[in-house]
Design a protein around this ligand. Structure first.
Ligand code: ZN
Length: 308
């Protein structure tokens, strides 16, 4: 985005242990999840979405949420671990499990909300007051992620004005961070940049986070557009793994290593080591039983010097 100011430093939230794994067919063991987290910490990740506290019957891959958090307790004091929650019960579990942050999802379209959360938008927003209160009382960072913010698999295009309104209401109820998620990967950079710029104007001073799925190969471009629009926090997943159990044909998050490569080249620091993350690809492919979509692991890091 020539002409747009890019931040010198941003935060990346590593979401591979949660969004990356929740839709995988082959069960990933708690030990494998902990190994993934350990390697991401080693590669510089300082905010990690470790798990979700949802109904294990609906998302079996996240059934070991408590076990994952118990194993992390006290092990990585430099890292802030978040749990994704959909309701007060989930929030209480996240607090009890020792999460430092909690992320609550509000879906921007009514049909998707009913399928994903089992309730409509108004009810979900009302639920945030209680969840936010539980998080605040326990000293957890309160993140709200507005899902399907750029498009819905059941309703089509989502009105940006509605997204801004939902963000304002969530912020008014108390939030430390507001994110917009392109759950099904339909957004394009112009739309993303405009919506973030409008959100930044609407909620000045609020840390803004962006979450992109690379379903249509627009994820990295959208991430750059979000930063130019005022976002300072990006979600990404090692190897580009991931999907959503309730979003038909949604594919993985933007690959952390590909994102780091792009940002490094633009002079935007994240503190993550893209080469180290790319080197995890063969291991990820082995535990998942299929190749991962990230590009850097295949192509290698280009640093400008001729090959030795
Ligand atoms: Zn996602």
């Amino acid at each position: 985005m020539p002409g747009q100011a890019m931040p010198a430093r941003i935060e990346i939230v590593e979401v591979s242990p949660r969004d990356g794994l929740q839709n995988e067919a082959r069960p990933v063991s708690t030990a494998e999840k902990l190994a993934l987290i350990a390697q991401m910490v080693e590669a510089g990740a300082r905010r990690i979405e470790a798990t979700s506290f949802v109904n294990p019957a609906r998302v079996p891959q996240m059934a070991d949420a408590e076990a994952v958090m118990a194993a992390l307790k006290g092990r990585y004091p430099q890292v802030s671990f978040s749990g994704l929650v959909l309701n007060a019960r989930g929030a209480e579990r996240a607090v009890a499990a020792g999460c430092q942050e909690l992320t609550y999802v509000v879906v921007a379209s009514e049909s998707f909300s009913l399928r994903n959360q089992g309730r409509g938008i108004a009810e979900t927003l009302a639920g945030w007051s209680e969840v936010g209160r539980i998080a605040a009382a326990a000293g957890l960072r309160r993140n709200v992620l507005i899902a399907a913010a750029f498009g819905c698999p059941f309703e089509g295009r989502v009105d940006g004005a509605r997204v801004l309104e939902l963000a304002s209401q969530a912020a008014a109820a108390g939030a430390d961070e507001i994110g917009l998620a392109d759950t099904i990967g339909v957004g394009t950079p112009g739309q993303v940049g405009e919506l973030f710029a409008a959100l930044h104007q609407r909620l000045p001073g609020m840390p803004l986070r962006a979450h992109f799925h690379d379903t249509r190969n627009t994820g990295i471009a959208n991430a750059v557009a979000a930063l130019a629009g005022g976002a300072q926090i990006l979600d990404a997943s090692a190897g580009g793994i991931g999907g959503c159990p309730f979003a038909p044909r949604a594919t993985g998050n933007i690959a952390t290593e590909d994102l780091v490569y792009t940002l490094d080249g633009m002079g935007v620091r994240s503190g993550l080591d893209g080469r180290a993350i790319a080197a995890l690809d063969p291991w990820l492919a082995e535990i998942l039983g299929h190749p991962v979509p990230g590009k850097l692991g295949k192509a290698g890091w280009f640093d400008g010097s001729p090959p030795a």
